[in-house]
Ligand binder design. Structure first.
Ligand code: PEP
Ligand code: MN
Length: 349
């Protein structure tokens, strides 16, 4: 449940509520907003009735959270979460959607990576993505360059100013990955690796959490909840397609409706990945457009300097000229959508 304090509540009133919650075994998280103070109470409400809290001095009302996820729920936090980076880039809210582009895997060809990064920069993207630790279906496939790839990403960041997104597969690499990454990616296959979610919950970097290929939206939001519950509220959800039955045309079924569904039930930013979502290069443009129209806060796209030679996911990667062409079209859609957003939505405070 959440306890919303009166505007006029005193520090003593707030402390009294915090104390009683703690006495009854709740974990109480205090959010001091500009107008109201809100207390998240995580625990067993049979041990302390909401009515008793409601009657306390300074309490405006007590709201029960209907969904099993609480911290991720819009009931708890009606306004959109906006994640802001040191360079001013923002993800979420009514801000302009962001782009995360780059190869599936960082390969042993720094010049190739740099070409992609320079093109991304030229086109106004904000993030360079690329895997250093790659989850691969087959043990015989290329599984990443490890730290060498992280160093390449850092060098490309130095040359372009792009923020770096890269995947973490194992908690034992957390410190290493945090040293180089601005955003940590938790891949689809690890969406329910709860130990891993707990460890990124304990770090301060924003996390892109990809939807598991066979996960419901509820499971997806509960996975985000694990990260938030462990202390990191900077979670970006990524819809990247779920398993369907017709893999002859598409690798996954990109669940576009998940975007507005998540927006309805959660305040967290949502991005869309049409590369993994479809597995087909020609489907990136229409599905990225669909994602943006459905309200995505960003798009993740695989771009390779030579897709035919890529060591992973070449078939779903755009070449640099293709990327520029697609990106130009996406930008004009954003111009239209963004204008509408800023005309029709009140400013979020
Ligand atoms: C990736 O982003 O390269 C990746 C492996 O994605 P996913 O976890 O969505 O399959
Ligand atoms: Mn990939």
């Amino acid at each position: 449940m959440i306890i919303i304090m009166e505007k006029t509540a005193t520090q003593d009133n707030i402390q009294a509520v915090m104390n009683i919650l703690k006495e009854h075994g709740f974990r109480a998280i205090l959010h001091e907003g500009a107008v109201h103070t809100v207390i998240d109470a995580l625990g067993d409400k049979t041990s302390l009735s909401p009515d008793r809290l409601d009657a306390m001095e300074g309490v405006s009302h007590v709201k029960l959270i209907r969904e099993p996820y609480r911290m991720a729920s819009r009931d708890r936090k009606p306004e959109d979460t906006v994640i802001e980076f040191d360079n001013g880039v923002k993800i979420g809210g009514a801000n302009r959607p962001v782009f995360m582009v780059g190869p599936c895997s960082v390969e042993d060809d720094y010049e190739g990576l740099l070409q992609v990064a320079l093109a991304a920069k030229e086109m106004g993207c904000q993030f360079l993505r690329g895997g250093a630790f790659k989850p691969r279906t087959s043990p015989y496939d290329f599984d990443g360059l490890g730290e060498k790839a992280l160093k390449y990403l850092a060098k490309a960041k130095e040359e372009t100013g792009l923020l770096v997104v890269t995947e973490l597969m194992d908690s034992s690499d957390l410190d290493l990955v945090c040293e180089y990454a601005d955003v940590i990616q938790i891949g689809a296959r690890n969406m329910q690796n709860f130990r891993l979610l707990k460890s990124v919950g304990k770090c301060s970097k924003p996390v892109v959490l990809k939807r598991g290929p066979a996960s419901t939206i509820k499971e997806f939001l509960l996975a985000a909840e694990h990260i938030m519950y462990n202390g990191n509220e900077k979670v970006i959800l990524c819809e990247r397609g779920i398993k369907g039955f017709d893999s002859s045309y598409t690798r996954n079924v990109l669940d576009i409706s998940a975007i507005p569904v998540i927006k309805k039930y959660s305040h967290l930013p949502v991005i869309v990945d049409p590369s993994h979502g479809t597995g087909q290069r020609y489907l990136i443009e229409p599905m990225a457009k669909a994602g943006l129209v459905a309200g995505a806060d960003g798009v993740m796209v695989e771009v390779h300097h030579n897709p035919a030679q890529a060591l992973s996911d070449g078939k779903q990667s755009l070449s640099i000229p293709q990327f520029k062409e697609v990106f130009t079209k996406l930008n004009s859609i954003i111009d239209v959508l963004h204008l509408e957003k800023s005309m029709s939505l009140p400013t979020v405070e």
